[in-house]
Write a protein that binds this ligand. Structure first.
Ligand code: 13P
Length: 254
């Protein structure tokens, strides 16, 4: 089984001003110096990406955008193209976050176009999927997640191969910003399902290599138990990524 380097990713959502963003990144960079083999990533709002890139300096914090559009350029008011993210220092892009899906009506079909554009531009997509509480209670969790995977990863399915650097994030919608965390066992059950789905579609090398992050009320207190699960390879953190103390507490989960 290939080693999967854990990733702790901070999705700042629409939070933090310019100074707060720079200060936070500098504190994280200071704090992770002595820490071991964990990939650390931050995803600020678009407009603060250049400032965060310069605050990252020589530290190896990775930089992501929270979204992007699939076209290269043109009359798409308010949108940002893959190449613009690359030029501003992003290596990753979060796609299909549940807030984008529910508040901004983004569909798996749209996510799939962005996944394709990201890969073609040389950005690593972090593709988010997750079920609502209604869907979970109706026993539809795996049907919903299966459909989101099919739709959002259609580009890879058509090619019959997936980029080994692609990242999947499982974020149960009912656990985002609610303080309700999936238990480690609930999260593991879904991560195992996702890995089996990847194996079925793309074979053992892909399913063994691709990282699957968990997101939804991850905190320093629950990170160790979540991260001890065999198919949980990291965390996509919202609220607790906004202060150095709590984000470093998660990064330092061991
Ligand atoms: P919280 O950690 O605030 O629940 O947010 C999770 C999330 O949506 C990360 O993308």
């Amino acid at each position: 089984m290939p080693e999967r380097t854990p990733m702790i990713a901070g999705n700042w959502k629409m939070n933090l001003g310019l100074k707060e963003s720079r200060d936070l990144v500098k504190s994280i960079a200071e704090g992770i110096k002595a820490m071991g083999d964990v990939d650390v990533l931050v995803a600020p709002p678009f407009i603060n990406i250049p400032a965060v890139k310069s605050a990252i300096g020589k530290s190896n914090i990775l930089l992501a955008a929270q979204n992007m559009y699939h076209e290269k350029s043109g009359a798409y008011t308010g949108e940002v193209a893959p190449q613009m993210l690359l030029e501003n220092g992003c290596t990753h892009v979060i796609l299909g976050h549940s807030e984008r899906r529910s508040i901004f009506s983004e569909t798996s079909e749209m996510v799939n176009k962005r996944v394709e554009a990201a890969i073609k531009a040389g950005l690593i997509p972090i593709v988010c999927i997750g079920e609502t509480i209604k869907e979970r209670e109706a026993g539809k969790t795996f049907d919903i997640l299966g459909a989101q995977l099919e739709g959002s990863l259609a580009y890879f399915i058509a090619k019959e191969s997936i980029s080994l650097s692609a990242i999947i994030a499982y974020e149960p919608v009912w656990a985002i910003g609610t303080g309700l965390t999936a238990t480690p066992e609930q999260a593991q059950e879904v991560h195992k399902f996702i890995r089996a789905w990847l194996k079925d579609r793309f074979g053992g090398e892909s399913s063994g290599t691709i990282r699957i992050l968990y997101g939804g009320s991850v905190k320093p207190e629950n990170a160790p138990d979540l991260m001890s699960m065999p198919d949980i390879d990291g965390a996509l953190v919202g609220g607790a990524s906004l202060t150095a103390a709590s984000f470093l507490g998660i990064i330092n989960y061991k």
